[in-house]
Design a binder for this molecule. Structure first.
Ligand SMILES: [Zn+2]
Length: 534
């Protein structure tokens, strides 16, 4: 704190001083928040729709529009422009408010009739006008305001030209209009690029998105697809990108996803469970909830001194524990299990995963060092796994699942477990996404007049995936053959679209994971944690 320059003898004056300081600070802060940061202003100047985009995340952007000249935030801009930027916007001569506003719109890429106010006000006035005009129509009176916009036919000038065409002639296509057009075309193929001339100059149709997608799902390189379909590489790359295929080299697809390091990591965890944790869980069932040092050492399969060493304050790798009043160590069983489960590469040689890493390396035919890289630094692997590694991983997963099923039940007894821990975790999510995709597909199929073939379903999937509506269906190649049958069944039914999607996805998941409907119902409704422990 700065020492007060005035004598502190007068308490009244000191109080006033504090108040004044506070007021000026408050004003400075307030003034700051009414403007966007200077480094942010160029972003606004480049993009007339920036507030709209920002408001999708933060709703307060619906309440302001930013002045592109100085960064001032306002509800309506016109008064601000008239007062602060009149000289700049009127080109030297005395000008009306309309002239100033139009000049501003033109300069920053707005449409000619774009209101210069925030989204909330625009919505409010639009609702007001709609209400007023609907009352007027009811009374048999003509609409007021920009009522032509709501007429059924496209608005035309008295001389018969479309107003839109006329505006574009006069105003040019604004940046705002261009952005809106490209947004409405996002995910749809560019038909212009789809025309190809053969040697004699005839226009021939080129390969559909589905043909490209199919080859990619089969693991073909871009150049191979391009050669087969007589296209150029770039066209294939663009269409695959639009359909949300992962970029780069071809990869394997499994249950609606590209195989990535996440699958490898999940497989590693499963392997750890089958080899180590399962036996620890076995022993855990025999004991009570609170354990002594000896019981803990038996449970984890380590000597007692190791336990003591890992409960000291100096330990970098401490086991969760607590002490009784008399100073004895106690452990909670669940915490110990979690500790063992999270363990990857501890300081001590006990409970390390290096053996498992070597085993996994052998299963996948890669070096143990590389497996360690995947396990210890998963964040550095962004792209899907190469196709050969992906295939080996899939066969390794399949063989581990077989082995797991042969193991029989736990010490508690009961039915042997059939789902690997990672499968149990992913099932609820898979069920939800598959259900929503099938729902979309069935409501599409029900509206069709003719029979559905795989070709049409494929084309539909490609389009929907491009629009971002489809999540897993396109990337689940083993399902594709069944889809047309499912569509056909839905088409021949009179009702039950929604129910149908849930039924079908249950059916598919039961086949895919080889479990009974009851097991599936349990896996989907129960949280995954209890499923593993049960
Ligand atoms: Zn301004």
């Amino acid at each position: 704190m700065e020492p007060n320059p005035r004598p502190a003898s007068d308490p009244e004056q000191a109080k006033l001083e504090v108040q004044r300081e506070y007021a000026s600070e408050y004003r400075a802060r307030h003034r700051g928040s009414r403007r966007v940061a200077p480094e942010e202003l160029p972003l606004f100047q480049d993009d007339p729709l920036r507030e709209e985009k920002l408001s999708r995340r933060e709703t307060e952007w619906k309440k302001v529009i930013v002045c592109r000249l100085c960064g001032f935030k306002a509800g309506r801009l016109i008064n601000h422009l008239k007062v602060f930027h009149r000289i700049e916007l009127s080109d030297g001569s005395e000008a009306t408010a309309t002239f100033i506003a139009n000049n501003y719109r033109k300069r920053f890429g707005y449409n000619k009739r774009q209101p210069l106010s925030c989204a909330e006000l625009r919505e409010k006035y639009s609702q007001k006008l709609k209400g007023r005009n609907s009352r007027r129509r009811w009374q048999g009176r003509p609409s007021v305001g920009q009522g032509t916009r709501f007429k059924k036919k496209r608005a035309a000038t008295p001389s018969g030209i479309h107003r839109g065409v006329e505006a574009r002639k006069e105003w040019g296509t604004s940046q705002q209009a261009k952005q809106r057009m490209s947004a409405s075309r996002k995910g749809r193929p560019n038909i212009k690029n789809r025309k190809r001339r053969n040697a004699t100059g005839e226009v021939v149709a080129t390969a559909s998105d589905w043909q490209r997608a199919r080859l990619r799902l089969a693991g073909k390189e871009l150049s191979q697809i391009a050669k087969k379909l007589e296209l150029d590489d770039e066209s294939v790359r663009q269409s695959l990108h639009r359909m949300r295929f992962p970029p780069g080299r071809p990869c394997c697809f499994f249950r609606g996803e590209a195989i990535t390091h996440k699958h490898l990591l999940a497989h590693f965890e499963d392997l750890k469970y089958v080899r180590n944790l399962r036996s620890i869980e076995f022993r855990a069932n025999a004991n009570g909830k609170e354990l002594t040092v000896r019981e803990a050492s038996e449970l984890l399969g380590v000597p007692e001194p190791w336990i003591y060493a890992h409960t000291r304050q100096s330990s970098k790798d401490s086991i969760p524990h607590s002490k009784t009043e008399r100073g004895a160590l106690t452990f909670l069983k669940d915490q110990l299990l979690d500790y063992a489960q999270d363990r990857r590469h501890g300081v001590s040689s006990f409970l390390t995963t290096s053996k498992l890493e070597t085993e996994l390396a052998g299963r996948l035919g890669i070096s143990a060092r590389r497996v360690y890289g995947f396990v210890a630094h998963p964040e550095s692997y962004k792209n899907p796994l190469p196709i050969t590694l992906g295939e080996r991983l899939l066969s390794s997963i399949a063989s581990l699942r077989e082995e797991f099923r042969q193991l029989g039940s736990t010490a508690k007894g009961g039915r042997p477990k059939t789902l690997l821990p990672s499968e149990g975790k992913e099932l609820p999510g898979k069920y939800d996404t598959l259900k929503s995709d099938l729902n979309l597909m069935l409501s599409w199929a029900e509206r069709l007049d003719d029979g559905v073939k795989l070709e049409e379903v494929g084309k539909w999937m490609c389009e929907q995936s491009g629009l971002g509506r489809l999540q897993v269906l396109l990337f689940w190649p083993s399902l594709h053959e069944k889809l047309s049958v499912i569509c056909e069944r839905a088409r021949n039914r009179d009702h039950g679209g929604r129910l149908g999607a849930a039924e079908r996805s249950k059916e598919i998941l039961c086949q895919e994971y080889r479990i009974s409907p009851r097991q599936l119902a349990r896996a989907v409704t129960l949280p995954s944690k209890t499923l593993i422990a049960a």
